[in-house]
Design a protein around this ligand. Structure first.
Ligand code: ADP
Ligand code: MG
Length: 323
């Protein structure tokens, strides 16, 4: 409804991870380039981590687009709460094969191996990308380790990219997963945006949504600083704040978003700074962190619902993380 008012042809701050809106910092470019390079060079096993809402799933989508242009076959698992046989079944299906025998893990593995060998003969890479990999249990992570064993004398046949929240690193620190950890050949971390990047991010999304040359004037300097202050540079929170700010500006028929509007939105979203309690390493008080996390988790659930994925297990987990 507000799009026409602001002369936009798309929603600038939609929370779905759409590569069209990518704002790539040097760090994003480096992470993408390193992973693509790792896949092409058959590096084997790579890990990308980042806090909730920092853009991991968006990176997965960008990565898949990049890899497709290089004729790399990709299997993308986005809900890794699966048993090992289901996991293999899913991967094989996602690579476009008809599954030979759904319950027989040995046959599934052989089918995957034959597929990988055939691709290797024509020098074509295959990659498995697991998003939300922090949700994998130890049994499935061990299965991943076994998949890294699929190799010829010269090369790994399957390149694997695990993407997840920092808990993934902690999981892989466990003694049971020592062997898997030793196989990691590349690690990348997505950090929140800095203040100047937050401003450029907002402009970029507005510009892509059709604001073009007006992008830099829709939000005042004070407004973008306030967005950074409340979001701490976490893109998903930036989107939620900015989307609400545009709606609020539209409601009072203001063509611009100023700091006061952002402050009001922050209060509505309960992100406003609370009474001088100790700040954590990322600058948020404990209470703010819990609130921010629960908001991000809620947004995550809504996003999943919008994409028709099951959410009940995720919701339970989010609650567990918050306590
Ligand atoms: N670098 C970026 N450029 C543009 N949009 C981004 C960027 N990083 C994150 N976003 C947006 O922020 C939101 C959350 O990103 P997402 O990839 O779902 O986070 P995560 O998977 O880490 O929880 C999405 O709307 C996504 O499009
Ligand atoms: Mg994600």
């Amino acid at each position: 409804m507000y799009r026409q008012f602001f002369g936009l042809n798309r929603s600038p701050f939609d929370i779905s991870p759409d590569p069209y809106f990518l704002f790539a910092t040097v760090r994003h470019n480096e992470a993408l380039a390193s992973i693509v390079h790792g896949v092409i060079r058959r590096k084997g096993f790579m890990v990308l981590t980042g806090e909730v809402g920092t853009g991991k799933t968006l990176m997965v989508r960008c990565l898949m687009e990049l890899l497709r242009t290089r004729h790399v076959a990709t299997a993308n698992v986005f809900n890794p709460r699966l048993r090992p046989a289901e996991f293999l079944y899913y991967i094989i299906g996602d690579l476009g094969m008809t599954v030979a025998s759904p319950d027989n893990k040995g046959i599934l593995l052989l089918q995957l191996y034959n597929y990988l060998i055939a691709r290797q003969r024509t020098n074509q890479a295959t990659v498995l990308i697991v998003d939300e990999a922090h949700n994998m249990d130890v049994e499935l992570l061990e299965e991943i380790r076994l998949l890294t064993n699929l190799e010829t004398a010269q090369q790994k046949l399957l390149q694997i990219v695990l993407v997840g929240q920092p808990e993934l690193d902690q999981k892989m620190d466990s003694p049971q997963l020592r062997q898997l950890k030793q196989r990691i050949t590349l690690r990348c971390t997505l950090e929140p945006l800095e203040e100047s990047e937050t401003k450029a991010y907002i402009w970029r999304r507005l510009e892509r949504a059709g604001a073009n040359s007006r992008a830099s004037s829709l939000f005042s300097e004070g407004a973008t600083s306030a967005v950074y202050h409340y979001s701490r540079g976490i893109p998903r929170l930036i989107n939620t704040i900015c989307e609400n700010a545009l709606i609020a500006a539209y409601a009072c028929q203001s063509k611009f978003v100023n700091k006061e509007i952002i402050d009001e939105v922050a209060v509505d979203l309960r992100l406003h700074v609370s009474q001088g309690s100790a700040l954590s390493s990322n600058g948020l008080t404990e209470g703010q962190q819990v609130l921010a996390r629960s908001m991000l988790d809620l947004i995550d659930v809504l996003e999943r619902m919008a994409h028709g994925s099951p959410v009940s297990a995720q919701t339970g987990d989010s609650e567990a993380k918050m306590v």
